[in-house]
Each structure stands twice: as structure tokens, then as C-alpha cells.
Design a protein around this ligand. Structure first.
Ligand SMILES: NC(=O)c1ccc[n+]([C@@H]2O[C@H](COP(=O)([O-])OP(=O)(O)OC[C@H]3O[C@@H](n4cnc5c(N)ncnc54)[C@H](OP(=O)(O)O)[C@@H]3O)[C@@H](O)[C@H]2O)c1
Length: 287
């Protein structure tokens, strides 16, 4: 039985890990902001030493782009200092640490998918604070898995759920055709995390569903799978309904997973189809 402490357990990814984790194999300690604030080193040290998890998974974060831009101090406190604190606790109790990071550590100007060997160059407070969090984790605990993902959707508000609710209200939607990413199901990401923590293959990984698309193509696929119909127009980001809060080019290549043969993600369309089935959207019923 592997004991896992999930910080940020009420978020999309935290919930997904709980959903896919076999209770016969994993014992979960779930905490979120209301119970354990990761910016408070003393209280999380206390929690860690009392419960001695084998693995800490940091799914917490200040993830809202606008909130981060408006409150950079808070963003660095949660995304960087919080990660540092968990790394200190993990080192003290001999636990492995999973730090979830993001494509936003890159500037999004590339024309080809980013690999783990590309040099980060974040442009936003969110991206800068997440990169600082990565670096603290590397500095304070050797036994780490830094996992970068992108365009994650799960239980919560995300592009898929926002788009589906917009369909109910609008007859025409304008969607960016100049933003690219790899839509990644939180469930698929959770399965990967529970797999890799049982290895000693520490390091930094890009972890997304395979394939990539534009926002516009993503929206079209959501419509096709959900059976919903609305007129969508392909437009530049600035004219789009869902304004960009991500780098324009957010495609990550799972280079390390491919080189090591450690794990293969499903295609993004298959994972999206599973998600849409799970949330129960059919042609007569909207979210
Ligand atoms: N969603 C994406 O597209 C995406 C892509 C790449 C990487 N990531 C990263 O993946 C991780 C999980 O993402 P997600 O989509 O599951 O995020 P999420 O749904 O926003 O969940 C984050 C959770 O962290 C909690 N939290 C915030 N500040 C905290 C603190 N000081 N101490 C403890 N918990 C705190 C939040 O609580 P409140 O709700 O109460 O604030 C929330 O429950 C994040 O680190 C994010 O940066 C996300």
C-alpha cells in the first residue's frame, strides 16, 4: 500500500487521482487550501511528519492567469514558495515529490513541440512562478518528478465545460485558430502519475495526451462528440470568445517518456470522447 498525500485535492487533477487510484494499492491523504495551506511550512511539516506519506503530489496552485498577473506576490508564494515547502517536507520525511507544472514555462513562440531539453522562457507571472516552483523542487529534493502538462480538463471549470455551457446561450461562437495545444484529460494524467511514482525514474517529464490541435479544432471535436450544434467561427485570439491566457503554442512533446519507453498516453480525441461520455453530455441534455 503506497501512502500518497495529495495537496490541492479538490482541484481537477486532485479529484482525478482519487478517482482512478485503486484503494487496495493506494492510501490517500487529501488536503486542500482550507485544511493545509502549502505556503505555511510549519503546519505542512507537522502534517507530513505525523502521516509520513511515501509520496507527496502537489496538485495545488494559483492557476488563474488573471489572478496571478494581478497578485504576483501571492502567485509566487503559492506556486514557488509552496512547492519549495513541500520539497523541504518531502526531503525531511524521505518522501518522493510530484510537482505538477505547465507549458507556461515556455514562451509559446516555437513552431515545433517543446521537449524537456528546451530552455524555459516564461512570459507571464503564472509561468514564472511555476518555473520558480520547479527549480525549488530540483534544489530541495532529489527524489522528484516534475510533470509538465497542458490544456487539462477534468471535474471543474475548463475549456470543455465552458464551451459546452456557452453553446446553450449563443448561436455563434468565435474560437481562436491560432492557439495550439494538446488537450489532456485529468484522468489520463492521473493514471500516468500513479504509474510513474512507483518507479525511481526521477526527473522532468512532459506528459500530455498525444497529438495536438488548435482551439478551433478542439471546439469542433467537442461539438461532434457531444452532439451539440452551434455556428463556430475560426478567428485570431484577440477576437475570440475565450481570450488567450496561455502561450499561443502550448504543444509539449513527451520526449522523455518516448525515449525511455516508460509510458504511452492515448490520443487526445479518444480521451476527450471518454470524458464527454463520463460527464453525460448527449444530444438532448447540456451540462
Ligand atoms: N488546468 C490546466 O490546464 C493545467 C495545465 C498544466 C499544469 N497545470 C497545473 O496542474 C496543477 C493542477 O491543476 P488543476 O487544473 O487541477 O488546478 P485547480 O483545479 O485550479 O486546483 C488547484 C487547487 O489548489 C488549491 N490551492 C490554491 N492555493 C493553495 C494553497 N496555498 N495551499 C493548498 N492548496 C491550494 C486550490 O484551492 P482553491 O480552489 O480554494 O483556490 C485548488 O483546489 C496546478 O499546479 C496547475 O498549475 C494545470
Amino acid at each position: 500500500m503506497v501512502k500518497i498525500w495529495i495537496c490541492g485535492s479538490q482541484g481537477q487533477l486532485g479529484q482525478a487521482i482519487n478517482q482512478v487510484g485503486d484503494p487496495l494499492s493506494f492510501e490517500f491523504f487529501n488536503t486542500d487550501l482550507d485544511i493545509q495551506d502549502i505556503t505555511n511550512l510549519a503546519t505542512i511539516m507537522n502534517f507530513g511528519t505525523m502521516n509520513t506519506p511515501d509520496v507527496i503530489v502537489n496538485c495545488s496552485g494559483m492557476t488563474d492567469f488573471h489572478e496571478c498577473e494581478g497578485n504576483p506576490q501571492d502567485a509566487f508564494n503559492v506556486n514557488a514558495v509552496g512547492a519549495r515547502n513541500l520539497a523541504i517536507v518531502a526531503r525531511k520525511i524521505g518522501a518522493r515529490l510530484v510537482q505538477i507544472s505547465t507549458d507556461d514555462v515556455f514562451d509559446g513562440t516555437s513552431l515545433s513541440p517543446y521537449s524537456e531539453f528546451d530552455t524555459p522562457h516564461p512570459m507571464t507571472v503564472y509561468g514564472k512562478s511555476k518555473l520558480a516552483g520547479e527549480n525549488f523542487v530540483r534544489e530541495f529534493n532529489d527524489r522528484h518528478f516534475i510533470i509538465r502538462s497542458t490544456w487539462v480538463y477534468g471535474a471543474g471549470t475548463n475549456f470543455v465545460t465552458s464551451f459546452l455551457s456557452q453553446i446553450q446561450r449563443e448561436s455563434t461562437l468565435s474560437i481562436a485558430s491560432d492557439q495550439f495545444g494538446s488537450p489532456t484529460s485529468a484522468i489520463e494524467l492521473a493514471k500516468f502519475i500513479l504509474n510513474i511514482i512507483q518507479t525511481s525514474e526521477y526527473g522532468t517529464y512532459h506528459a500530455t495526451c498525444s497529438g495536438s490541435c488548435s482551439r478551433y479544432a478542439f471546439a469542433k471535436e467537442i461539438m461532434r462528440l457531444s452532439g451539440k450544434r452551434v455556428r463556430i467561427k475560426a478567428v485570431p485570439t484577440l477576437q475570440s470568445e475565450f481570450s488567450s491566457v496561455h502561450p499561443a503554442f502550448a504543444v509539449l512533446d513527451n520526449t522523455m517518456l518516448n525515449l525511455t519507453g516508460l509510458y504511452q498516453f492515448p490520443g487526445w480525441k479518444q480521451a476527450l470522447s471518454d470524458y464527454i461520455q463520463e460527464i453525460g453530455v448527449n444530444s438532448n441534455e447540456l451540462v
